[in-house]
Design a protein around this ligand. Structure first.
Ligand code: SF4
Length: 407
């Protein structure tokens, strides 16, 4: 499929809305403010991200929560509801990985395309329906299906994600294989790989090192293919398709790791083909999103403060939130990943998701006495959710001072 030609024709279609919005920004601004913003968080911002109440000192990361790409996507979805009051509106996936935002959209009668046997079920979508594509994009095949069905498409794909797609298009044009640093089953990576011709998804540096070693020294082809099962393009052959490689990434991966992977393949190709031939075998463009980078940098600053524990707030399937927690874990700081304040309590308990594990409940998570807590949140978490967590902690510790909290 000529993905570039298809996108060009889609851009010209009157049924396709991308950057222009609907001119109802002011009307929805008030609604978004009420639903997602918080005066407590504003207070924290005004006080250099530190707040002391009773025994508790809260340190808030200096970059956290909603990124502009997410804010833009949510605003576009709200505007679409206003602009098409009568039409049925669908969204191909969670608009962002945040349960509260998705609940609000459901309340506005936005329907979600459900998964049936692991596949998205578009059978209910009819001509004339409006379909919103989420911030992390949709595969080109999905866009084509919706376009062919005569739907109005409201595309909220973040421009940073589109930038990665353009990079993959460049790889394709020069017959390079795209090595995508990401999770092969993540919606953004599924969308990105749909624009590629040949691709291989590597999850981390360890997988990248395996591939680099294969490039330099060869190896067991069957083992390679089984190791990257589901993470490569159809018909991918490691003995042929790793001759020319370009780097792309899921925008929410750890920035430092993406850079290390890029450098690893650059070194590998340099070693194999020599400096004079490098550009014929390796391509790399900077596609790391600013917002992801800022949140990770702020987290590195937060772990340098002497905090007793860190609470990371964000959807459990949110990749950028998980990466923030990884930073706390690397520093050996106790950390709790929760998706909302409702996970705290009853009493001094917390239901949270340890990295790569299922939900678990921990008792006595807040120690008695003075405590310093670091707080951060992923790019899809509204300020309001963060404020609710802080308020709950204050409440719990205030209860402790009258003897209800142990630890
Ligand atoms: S994290 Fe970055 S790529 Fe993702 S929506 Fe936000 S700004 Fe866009």
């Amino acid at each position: 499929m000529d993905t570039k030609a298809f996108k060009r024709s889609l851009n010209k279609s009157e049924q396709y809305y991308r950057n222009q919005g609907f001119g109802q920004k002011d009307e929805i601004a008030g609604q978004m403010k009420t639903e997602y913003e918080s005066s407590l968080i504003q207070q924290l911002r005004d006080q250099q991200y530190k707040l002391v109440q009773g025994d508790v000192t809260i340190y808030l990361a200096e970059a956290f929560g909603f990124c502009w790409g997410v804010e833009r996507a949510v605003a576009m979805a709200y505007e679409a509801r206003q602009h098409f009051p009568e039409q049925r509106i669908w969204i191909t996936n969670e608009i962002i990985h945040n349960p509260e935002v998705n609940r609000q959209l459901r309340q506005m009668a936005v329907q979600f395309i459900e998964l049936v046997d692991g596949q998205k079920d578009f059978s209910g979508v009819q001509s004339g329906d409006v379909v919103i594509l989420p911030a992390f994009g949709a595969s080109v095949q999905e866009m084509q299906l919706l376009n062919d069905r005569g739907c109005t498409i409201v595309d909220t794909t973040c421009p940073w994600v589109s930038k990665v797609w353009n990079t993959v298009e460049k790889h394709k044009k020069h017959e390079f294989t795209s090595i995508i640093h990401g999770k092969y089953q993540h919606e953004e990576t599924v969308a990105t790989s749909s624009f590629a011709d040949k691709y291989l998804v590597v999850l981390n540096l360890e997988e990248a090192e395996y591939v680099a070693d294969y490039i330099l020294n060869g190896g067991d082809r069957a083992d390679f293919l089984s190791r990257f099962k589901d993470a490569h393009s159809a018909g991918f052959d490691p003995d042929i398709d790793l001759d020319q490689v370009g780097i792309a990434n899921q925008t929410t991966m750890l920035k430092g790791e993406t850079e290390q992977i890029g450098k690893l393949f650059e070194r590998t190709m340099l070693k194999k083909y020599g400096p004079q031939n490098l550009s014929q075998h390796f391509q790399s463009f900077n596609t790391i999103c600013d917002a992801t980078q800022e949140r990770q940098d702020a987290m590195f600053n937060l772990v340098d403060i002497d905090v007793d524990l860190i609470v990371v707030i964000g959807g459990f399937n949110s990749s950028n939130t998980t990466h923030l927690q990884e930073i706390a874990i690397e520093r050996g700081i106790p950390s709790y990943h929760i998706d909302s304040a409702a996970r705290i309590g009853p009493g001094n308990q917390i239901e949270h998701k340890p990295l790569h594990q299922s939900l678990t409940s921990s008792a006595d998570w807040l120690p008695s006495g003075p405590i310093a807590i670091g707080i951060t949140s992923g790019a899809s978490t509204p300020d309001r959710s963060v404020a609710e967590v802080i308020e709950k902690i204050f409440e719990l510790k205030a209860g402790a001072s009258v003897g209800t909290l142990v630890g």
